[in-house]
Design a protein around this ligand. Structure first.
Ligand code: CU
Length: 456
């Protein structure tokens, strides 16, 4: 593939992309004299509501005790910071700091001192009026100039020591199976906490099946008997739901309704006939908002036993959209770590798309159109051409790509705050989040080299 850039636009995207760490660290730590006490830093976090998106500009704040986090009102709506009690390390008493004051005017600041009240651990917080808009964040406290008040209160979930860091891996690898004596296809899924690379140099606290996000692809043919053992290595209960599949009620994976939760260290075996054919999903259904948001989801592809020739394609790609603690991700990664879809002109490529985030994502393709051929795994009687497809949470759509020119085309969420990173040193917006790339080789057009943007 050529190493030349075809257009300034692509070059701009490449160069403007910055790794996102903290929104701003206005004062760096320094050593003071012989005592080697680490001085506290001041970390600014903007509270924003522009572009139709309510958010903390940095939703993952890593601090040491002695630091001060300044939440700065930057929006038009009132915002605050409320810590979620049942996610804080056990025994923590934050007193007044559980819920901060409402900031009503631009420029107002809520200063939160990370002092002895904050033992090492992970603290989830929300903006009270905008929790429904996913205005949430994570504060990670580790070490610093004060000792934790009581080491016993350091939360298991806050300790990252034993949590595997998964870097350079891709999700949606095909899951291997064995065939049992009775003909059933036997799969094994393991749910556990990992630290997952969502963008270069940035690891998110995540939960995953088989240490990848999205989890592995379960691919079978309609009518196959499947037996799937789910092992829970999390520090909280879990169940798995088979999304869009026709299963007996006691295999549905809904805790308290169709089964008891799978306790930490335990396993549960789901067994059913895989039906109906189509693009289907699986995901956590226990603490679903946090477990699914953290990455416990995957794709379940049920192929037709007798596929009509009219539906056949040369190749297929799988995309699962996510939002929440991992950021705005496609297949568990933010641009530019998302693998491009590479195709030759004229090739028939199907993309099985799903949204397992909590928000709508209108995915807009440049350079042509796609034809929607299935919704929720069911073939459409009348396929429809589109260049923008809004995926609501829980939906799956199958589309066939139809590029009109060779080139490197982006396919991005048109809620632009889902496709934009922090401003760079020149004050310009950076490209980040939900931006996929379709590279169409027509044998002539010079293609952008994306290889330095993605792990291959
Ligand atoms: Cu979006």
């Amino acid at each position: 593939m050529s190493i030349h850039f075809p257009s300034p636009a692509i070059r701009t995207i490449g160069l403007l992309t910055l790794p996102l760490a903290l929104a701003a660290v206005t004062a760096c730590s320094s050593l003071s004299g012989e005592s080697a006490t680490v001085e506290g830093r001041v970390i600014d976090v903007e509270m924003r509501d522009d572009n139709g998106s309510f958010r903390f500009a940095s939703d993952r704040i890593e601090v040491r005790r002695g630091d001060v986090v300044r939440f700065v009102q930057h929006g038009d709506m009132p915002h605050n910071v409320q810590f979620v009690r049942n996610t804080a390390p056990e025994g923590v008493e934050l007193g007044d700091a559980w819920t901060g004051p409402y900031l009503n005017k631009k420029g107002e600041i809520y200063e939160l001192e990370i002092d002895e009240r904050f033992p090492d651990g992970t603290y989830e917080f929300v903006c009270t009026p905008h929790i429904g808009f996913q205005m949430t964040g994570t504060l990670i406290v580790s070490g610093g100039s004060f000792e934790a008040t009581d080491p016993a209160t350091r939360g298991v979930s806050g300790s990252t020591a034993a949590i595997p860091e998964v870097i350079g891996e891709k999700g949606l690898q095909e899951l291997e199976y064995e065939v049992a004596d009775d003909g059933a296809k036997v799969f094994h899924l393991t749910a556990e906490r990992i630290r997952w690379e969502t963008k270069e140099g940035s690891l998110a606290d995540a939960m995953a099946y088989n240490r990848m996000i999205p989890g592995p692809v379960i691919r079978v043919t309609e009518g196959d008997r499947v037996r799937i053992t789910v092992e829970n290595r999390l520090d909280e209960p879990h169940t798995t739901h088979w999304h869009g599949l026709f299963v007996p009620n006691d295999m549905d994976g809904v805790p308290g309704i169709s089964q008891d939760p799978i306790q930490p260290g335990e396993s549960f075996t789901y067994e059913f006939d895989a039906n109906p054919a189509g693009t289907r999903l699986y995901h956590s259904h226990f603490n679903a908002m946090s477990q699914e948001g953290a990455g416990l989801y995957g794709m379940f592809v049920i192929e037709e036993r007798d596929e009509p020739a009219s539906r056949r394609v040369d190749r297929e790609e799988l995309w699962i959209l996510g939002d929440g603690p991992l950021g705005y991700v496609i297949n568990g990664k933010e641009f530019p770590l998302i693998d491009p879809i590479e195709m030759t002109m004229g090739e028939r490529v199907k993309v099985r798309m799903a949204n397992l985030g909590g928000m709508y994502h209108p995915m807009h393709l440049h350079g042509g159109f796609f034809t929607v051929v299935a919704k929720d795994g069911f073939a459409l009687e009348v396929p429809q051409k589109m260049n923008t497809l809004s995926l609501a949470p829980g939906e799956t759509w199958d589309v066939i790509l139809d590029p009109q020119f060779g080139g490197t085309w982006i396919w991005h969420c048109h809620v632009l705050s889902h496709a934009t990173g922090p401003r760079d040193a020149d004050g310009n917006e950076t490209a980040a989040g939900m931006i996929g790339v379709v590279i169409v080789d027509d044998g002539e057009t010079v293609l952008a080299d994306m290889s330095n943007h993605t792990h291959h």
